[in-house]
Design a protein around this ligand. Structure first.
Ligand SMILES: [Zn+2]
Length: 341
């Protein structure tokens, strides 16, 4: 069932979702192997738990993203792959600064991504949006937001901080966050993945409307007999304000070593948090929305009603215009779930 139902994806990195064949064709960094099968395995972070390998993997994909033609193609392929997986609305994110090594401007990068997504939309009917990322360890966040706003692209709907949490608090990027919010962009911040509850609290203080991952919010919850029985201050705030958590179970297994059965997604969902499900990096985690849903069905016994609930949660937290969201909900998501057996 999980393959055919309509899905909504809020957290998917463009540089983490390339097709292996495209990497082989376009990457300029040295390839670890010319074989598609071996390269697929090399990218797969299952059981690796090596930050160095993880970063090398992104070095390879990003080396393929330095021209407008490549960016257009990679964005098109990403959205086409998502459409084939049953995704009806996706917010794809990328730090444009990473694609400026050979002279592109941030605006060029975003315009190329927009063109690729446009092509995928007209061919497949998927609706897409762009979240512009700045890296916490870099100092250009304000310029990234300013450039994103200058493009005036309708598809640019949000701003995100990614990269190492520890040592790089969002306060370093407060002006960028404020500029994004003033410019009408949604604000999501990666937090509570590499660092704990304090990092989630800091993201909220910086104005985050959603939290990228946020899985470690469970450390602010009391769990007794497989149930959340009490919440401390930050968890109370996240639940009561219905801050969307962009949870990525397979990615967390790879980067944090959380076994599927130990992932708190089901606990948080049953305790009334605004849980959404995402893929994070489809290439490095060898995953898809269908695989994430299958994992949740197998591990926690989630059924159609649960998938509909998290899909409606994701749409409700989407940064697209309310009219777009409502039309996807009424014309695609609800009829799709009603038809699913
Ligand atoms: Zn992420």
């Amino acid at each position: 069932m999980s393959g055919s139902i309509p899905k909504v994806l809020l957290h998917d990195h463009l540089d983490g979702g390339l097709r292996v064949d495209t990497v082989l064709e376009l990457a300029t960094a040295v390839l670890p192997t010319p074989s598609p099968v071996e390269l697929t395995d090399w990218f797969d972070q299952e059981g690796v738990h090596s930050l160095e390998r993880y970063l090398n993997a992104f070095g390879l994909t990003v080396s393929a993203m330095q021209t407008t033609g490549n960016l257009e193609r990679i964005s098109y392929e990403s959205a086409a792959d998502l459409a084939a997986d049953g995704v009806v609305y996706a917010e794809l994110r990328f730090a444009p600064s990473l694609a400026t090594e050979e002279g592109l401007r941030i605006e060029d990068v975003l315009v190329a991504i927009d063109a690729g997504l446009d092509r995928a939309e007209s061919e497949t009917g998927i609706r897409t949006a762009i979240i512009v990322d700045a890296m916490r360890q870099m100092s250009d966040s304000e310029e990234v937001v300013a450039a994103a706003l200058r493009t005036n692209l309708q598809r640019v709907v949000g701003f995100d901080l990614a990269g190492p949490e520890a040592g790089y608090p969002p306060t370093l990027h407060q002006r960028a966050c404020d500029l994004a919010l003033q410019g009408g962009l949604g604000l999501t911040i990666h937090a509570g993945e590499g660092d704990g509850v304090a990092s989630i609290e800091a993201a909220l203080q910086s104005g985050a409307q959603r939290i990228g991952h946020g899985v470690r919010i469970i450390e602010d919850c009391q769990v007794i007999d497989g149930k959340i029985t009490d919440l401390s201050t930050v968890a109370t705030q996240v639940r009561d304000r219905q801050i969307a958590l962009e949870l990525c179970p397979t990615s967390n297994r790879h980067t944090l070593g959380i076994a599927p059965s130990e992932h708190p997604i089901d606990l948080l969902y049953r305790a009334g948090f605004l849980v959404t499900v995402s893929t994070d990096n489809r290439l490095m985690s060898r995953t898809s929305m269908t695989r994430e849903f299958a994992l949740l069905a197998d591990t926690f016994g989630w059924v159609r009603e649960d998938f509909l609930a998290v899909t409606e949660n994701a749409l409700g937290a989407a940064f697209a215009a309310p009219g777009v969201v409502m039309s996807i909900l009424e014309n695609q998501v609800r009829p799709g779930y009603a038809a699913a057996t």
